[in-house]
Design a protein around this ligand. Structure first.
Ligand SMILES: [Zn+2]
Length: 111
């Protein structure tokens, strides 16, 4: 463990410290662990996948509406689409909460 001078106040701090003990100046960024990185990327990937899913279901919904023979089928397609949409949004929200918490828990800790 070596001592380095803080660029802000010139106080001697350990080179393993994330912050200067004197003035609180950030010396280096805390790194995420393997799980932290993994959760962060799954969070991003999950949001991309959900956006693609939602977007593609818009297309399916439009097709179902157009191919319907009468207003009853159209109404059925609209209800089905609304339910499907609600399911996607619910899954998205739940997944975001769970993954968001995991990302938060694996957040880099500062010494
Ligand atoms: Zn300092």
């Amino acid at each position: 463990m070596a001592l380095v001078a803080c660029p802000e106040c010139n106080h001697q701090v350990s080179d393993s410290a994330f912050k200067c003990s004197q003035c609180g100046h950030r010396l280096r960024k805390a790194k995420r662990g393997l799980f932290g990185t993994l959760f962060k990327w799954s969070f991003i990937l999950f949001n991309v996948l959900m956006a693609v899913w939602l977007f593609s279901s818009f297309g399916i919904m439009g097709e179902a509406m157009q191919s319907s023979q009468n207003e009853y089928e159209q109404a059925g397609a609209a209800i089905g689409s609304a339910l499907g949409m609600g399911m996607i949004v619910t899954t998205w929200a739940l997944g975001d909460i769970i993954l968001g918490l995991l990302v938060l828990f694996t957040r880099p800790k500062e010494a």
